[in-house]
Design a protein around this ligand. Structure first.
Ligand SMILES: [Zn+2]
Length: 358
């Protein structure tokens, strides 16, 4: 059983920008699915700050799949569109034919009806980042967000367009092509300013056209990672390759540079697959300075807690919504969660871990 429940709704503020996280699904995953050469024991040095939020008691990765809704002073923007419903032929067969989803209802509940979205941007074109680009209407795939401009990276598109793998072509056919054919795409190449508060930053390696997203307002900054790292353990171990990294060496360089750039800064990291609390800060581990992260032995029992990730406060949480997302988790084949968010309590800021279990 898992100890930590994931609120489906979390909100963040970066200056005048508001961000909401809308959960599509949350899945405990054996680490070897992602990090093929790693075993559960490899996580031992980091359990102190990975559990219970990012690893369950069985040391399975808690991987959240969510959209960030970004409201700037000019626009409503969706970053990544998760898995979606009714898809077929996907590389993860348990996502084929998903019927029931509260995703659109949750979007509407935060004031974001499909018609209100100005821009959709997918950090890359994997199945879990493009699903809600489209929905099935009268047996046809149509753009879910009818008034939105979809920003597609040219290099990213060309790579997946030409990938002959049937499951990748299923994504192209269902999630990407219908948007192009509907004339909703603006093509971009690399760095791009959506407006004066949102910039797309090329972070290649996971995929060729992969971009992260920088939000900046009133002197505050946040970065939405995309899959440049999938799990927080890669803050400590940026050299761990993910199975799906198309260029592993480049991905490692990008990740390492990212961690060094944002370590011990005030920039909030919004992890695209980071379970609640999702918004974190990267901090150096004890005594090591920036170069010391991830090379640290597990602290002794008497030592002060040491974290490579500092957790930001949950800003808002609705019990009702939490329970709904929890039930959704139970619906996944082979998964069993237990709802227990009342165990999560906020502490004063300034400590390495800002949340604790009772
Ligand atoms: Zn992903």
């Amino acid at each position: 059983m898992n100890d930590v429940s994931p609120p489906s709704l979390q909100t963040f503020t970066i200056g005048s920008i508001r961000v909401a996280k809308i959960l599509d699904t949350l899945e405990p995953t054996n680490p070897r699915v992602l990090y093929v050469d790693k075993r559960k024991e490899d996580f031992e040095p980091y359990l102190e700050w990975l559990q219970p939020y990012f690893l369950d008691a069985g040391k399975r990765l808690l991987l959240s799949i969510h959209t960030f809704v970004v409201w700037t002073k000019h626009h409503t923007i969706l970053i990544d569109t998760c898995v979606g419903t009714h898809k077929q032929g996907l590389a993860f067969p348990h996502w084929n034919g998903r019927q029931d989803s509260t995703y659109l209802r949750d979007l509407a509940a935060v004031g974001c009806a499909p018609e209100a979205v100005d821009y959709v941007f997918c950090t890359h074109m994997h199945l879990d980042h493009t699903g809600w680009n489209t929905r099935l209407q009268d047996d046809r795939w149509v753009p879910t967000f009818p008034n939105a401009t979809y920003l597609f990276d040219k290099r990213e598109w060309e790579y997946w367009r030409d990938d002959p793998t049937p499951s990748e072509q299923a994504v192209v056919r269902q999630n990407i092509l219908p948007v192009i054919e509907a004339g909703k795409v603006t093509w971009i190449e690399g760095a791009w300013e959506i407006d004066d508060q949102v910039t797309l930053l090329p972070t290649p390696g996971h995929t060729p056209g992969h971009c992260s997203v920088r939000l900046h307002s009133e002197g505050q900054e946040a970065i939405i990672t995309g899959d440049l790292m999938v799990h927080p353990v890669q803050v400590a171990e940026p050299q761990w390759s993910q199975l799906a990294d198309t260029d592993k060496a480049l991905a490692i360089r990008t990740r390492t540079q990212f961690v060094e750039q944002y370590c011990d800064t005030q920039t909030m990291i919004l992890g695209t697959h980071f379970n609640t609390p999702t918004g974190v800060y990267i901090v150096s581990t004890r005594g090591g300075g920036r170069s010391g992260y991830g090379r640290q032995k597990a602290p002794s029992a008497r030592a002060a807690p040491q974290a490579a990730v500092r957790l930001s406060p949950l800003v808002r949480e609705s019990r009702q919504r939490v329970q709904r997302s929890w039930l959704r988790g139970i619906g996944m084949p082979g998964l069993a969660y237990r709802f227990s968010s009342d165990r999560v309590r906020s502490r004063l800021p300034g400590t390495a871990l800002q949340f604790m279990r009772e």
